[in-house]
Design a protein around this ligand. Structure first.
Ligand code: BEZ
Length: 397
């Protein structure tokens, strides 16, 4: 969905309403100690297979800021936006536009792990505050962790670990995996293999194709020949839509269960239709989670953007919530970096996903749900792993 002037006006109206009702979280704060606006750089995909994901993140980030009175720590905000096209080769130039040219106070992005790895390097080199609202590259909050780099989404291996455990518990014996060949896919499949084989299963074959290719036919033919008990995949956005439809069109959904990291069916169900019905996935969010924060978030997002939110929106919303926690703690004085970082590190966010805290490497500790597609919903059917956190993986903070 395109972000139109109409949407932004609606978000503005929410901010005004919140202010009138005296609901501003910033009320009672001392005036900002630094003049001018806080500059926020949004580096996200607005074109290509992940375009809808970038839009969801942007929408929800702006919604959370609007609910905070449209300000951070009492200061006005100015947004700078770059379409990163999910292209790692363009990432250094794109990130430098925001860091060096626009001199943003905080960088928010992105979706694609390869692009995020480049952003994290530049953020470390320039000591720019970076909040990652999706890309799950394990290394960023592991061996490459940094005081100025935070993530409000997940790490890629988390969803694979959860699904590997569930499939082993369901006594599946053999699996085949398929993904795009890059950090996100490799780590997601790696997590699945580790947990599935630890539970007694065997991965017969790991298959992959370059990102963002969607010519799946030869892989489907091979899956049909191998006849595993289950197929685990990592795909997202436009590629996930195509894969689920192709799997069903080949008739494989009738004979070999397809499971995946929840991105396979999140934000995609309208386009996937019948082909997605009954699919099991693991993710840190589910549409119908009946908790007050999720109900309020879904109502506010749907009102502002006339479309239902997805997991990417949740992560964007939480990126803004984390920033608000940090900047409000220093009353808008971005020069108090150590205090700001501390406040972000200890923040306990009331996330639409449930409770959200960060581990030492600044990566979420959260529940991973097992979900089943029913109609237009990813229904939560159980908690696959409670309070999942990553091992330190050499993070030295
Ligand atoms: C990633 O590249 O890390 C990613 C992209 C889309 C969904 C989930 C993860």
């Amino acid at each position: 969905m395109k972000l139109t002037l109409k949407h932004l006006r609606r978000v503005g109206a929410i901010a005004a309403a919140a202010a009138t009702a005296g609901l501003l979280l910033t009320s009672g704060q001392a005036p900002a100690q630094q003049p001018g606006k806080i500059k926020i750089g949004l580096m996200l995909p607005y074109t290509g297979t992940f375009a809808a994901l970038g839009t969801s993140i942007t929408n929800a980030f702006k919604l959370a800021i609007a609910e905070n009175g449209g300000k951070l720590g009492g200061r006005e905000i100015e947004y700078f936006t770059v379409d990163d096209e999910s292209d790692p080769a363009k990432a250094p130039d794109n990130a430098n536009k925001l860091i060096k040219r626009d001199q943003v106070d905080v960088l928010v992005g992105t979706v694609h792990s390869g692009v995020a790895l480049a952003m994290a390097k530049l953020a470390r080199d320039n000591n720019t505050l970076l909040i990652i609202p999706n890309a799950g590259a394990d290394e960023i909050t592991g061996p490459l962790c940094a005081a100025n780099v935070f993530r409000t989404s997940f790490s890629n291996s988390q969803m694979g670990i959860a699904m590997g455990k569930v499939m082993a518990e369901q006594t599946k014996k053999t699996a085949v995996t398929l993904t795009w060949k890059y950090a996100a896919g490799d780590e997601s499949v790696g997590g699945f293999k580790e947990a599935f084989e630890a539970g007694g299963g065997k991965v017969l074959k790991e298959m992959s194709l370059p990102f963002p290719q969607v010519e799946f036919q030869s892989y489907l033919t091979e899956i049909a020949a191998l006849k595993p008990d289950v197929v685990y995949v990592f795909f997202a956005g436009g590629g996930a839509v195509k894969f689920v439809k192709d799997y069903a069109a080949a008739g494989l959904n009738k004979t070999i269960p397809l499971v995946g990291a929840g991105f396979l069916t999140d934000g995609t169900l309208d386009a996937q239709g019948d082909a997605a019905q009954g699919l099991l996935t693991t993710l840190h969010y589910g549409d119908g989670l009946n908790i007050p924060k999720n109900n309020a978030f879904r109502a506010a997002y749907t009102k502002a953007y006339t479309t239902a939110p997805d997991v990417y929106a949740v992560q964007g919303y939480d990126a803004a919530q984390l920033l608000i926690a940090g900047v409000n703690a220093v009353k808008g004085d971005m020069s108090k970096r150590a205090e700001l970082v501390k406040a972000m590190e200890v923040a306990k966010l009331d996330s639409p996903r449930g409770s959200l805290a960060l581990n030492k490497g600044h990566n979420p500790i959260h529940d991973i749900y097992l979900r089943k597609v029913e109609g237009k919903e990813n229904k939560v059917i159980s908690v696959a792993v409670k309070n999942l956190t990553d091992p330190p993986r050499g993070c030295k903070l």
